[in-house]
Write a protein that binds this ligand. Structure first.
Ligand SMILES: O=C(O)CCC(=O)C(=O)O
Ligand SMILES: [Fe+2]
Length: 331
């Protein structure tokens, strides 16, 4: 299958973006103005637990998004993760193509460029690499980049840290619902929770005001933990406006995904977000999607549902949720 890669297109010398990237006027990045004085929450994990539970659960109820600092993830490990990802994307095009995925035949892992067309038939200004990274028993290392050779070791180390931090955040969010610390982790599979790595690579774009990196969406995951390079581009939606998320060195960008919204019966919000591109610099981001195993049954936690608070979401397997979301069917 011949897929035109955005990276190859962008570095091939281009003065205008091709028509398939040009968004209708209402979708263009300059279109909304954030509310003055309102900023995205930044929360340090080294605070007394009661304060932390309150701050994290407020951020997840009001924004579905927060920046986390003092998470114990070392800046060196983040740097190594970014280095091996950059080295992969710096490989000659032909070498990258050996890892090409094929979502239309169910092969989601590997090197890709989004081909599925939305209603307006527009595509995104991004290439990516996507692979499962945990639990180890389900990971297929043959799909992971073999170059640079340290890719595997670095990503395995990173994955352990993501599992630890996911566990901590789920504990805080459970307590924020007034429940036992394990209430959210248990239905999500606990140590069997699936962690997927998606490296997004957004090359410079000759007309950034016309295109989008990733179009508005909510993540299907329970939580998404992301580290970008130092080029800003992520925007989150709140109360009718897009808010640009500034780069904060070594912070983890935490998104509430659909599964936490469902489990919390709507107390926590799955955040609508998008990314914009720029003219001069390559933006990259490393998103780790933390999601339940496919066979897990996900619905509002029974402790949160009663006559006054009926279930707002139906209960179904994560596999069915995914199928419905991919095919734009009602949940
Ligand atoms: O690059 C970003 O900051 C956002 C990427 C994203 O939302 C995604 O890959 O799901
Ligand atoms: Fe996302």
């Amino acid at each position: 299958m011949d897929v035109e890669r955005v990276q190859a297109l962008a570095f091939g010398g281009l003065n205008e973006v091709p028509a398939q990237f040009i968004r209708p006027a209402h979708e263009r990045p300059e279109n909304t103005k954030p509310i003055e004085g309102v900023t995205v929450p930044v929360i340090s994990l080294s605070q007394p637990r009661d304060v932390l539970v309150k701050e994290v659960s407020e951020a997840c109820s009001q924004w579905g998004f927060l920046l986390v600092t003092d998470h114990g993830l070392s800046p060196e490990l983040i740097k190594r993760l970014q280095q091996v990802g950059q080295e992969f994307f710096a490989l000659p095009q032909k070498e990258k193509e050996a890892y090409a995925n094929d979502p239309s035949s169910g092969k989601f892992e590997g090197y890709g460029t989004k081909m599925t067309k939305n209603l307006e038939e527009k595509v995104e200004w991004v290439d990516y690499f996507f692979h499962l990274m945990s639990p180890p028993s389900k990971v297929n290392h043959d799909i992971w980049p073999k170059h640079p050779p340290s890719y595997r070791e670095v990503n395995e180390e990173y994955s352990k840290e993501m599992l630890r931090i996911t566990g901590e955040l789920l504990g805080l969010l459970s307590e924020g619902l007034g429940l036992d610390k394990k209430s959210l982790a248990t239905p999500l599979g606990d140590q069997e929770i699936e962690l997927e790595m998606k490296i997004n690579m957004y090359p410079p774009c000759p007309q950034p005001h016309l295109a989008l990196g990733v179009e508005p969406h909510t993540d299907m995951s329970a939580l998404t933990l992301l580290v970008p390079n130092d080029v800003p581009g992520l925007q989150v939606w709140k109360d009718g406006s897009w808010f640009a998320v500034d780069y904060l060195p070594n912070a983890l960008f935490v998104h509430v995904g659909d599964q936490i919204e469902v489990l919390s019966n709507g107390k926590y919000k799955s955040v609508l977000h998008r990314s914009v591109v720029n003219k001069d610099r390559t933006r990259m981001s490393w998103a780790v999607f933390c999601a339940p195993p496919h066979e897990a049954m996900i619905g509002p936690l029974p402790e949160l549902v009663n006559e006054q608070n009926p279930a707002k979401y139906s209960t179904k397997t994560f596999a069915e949720y995914r199928y419905r979301k991919f095919n734009k069917l009602p949940q």
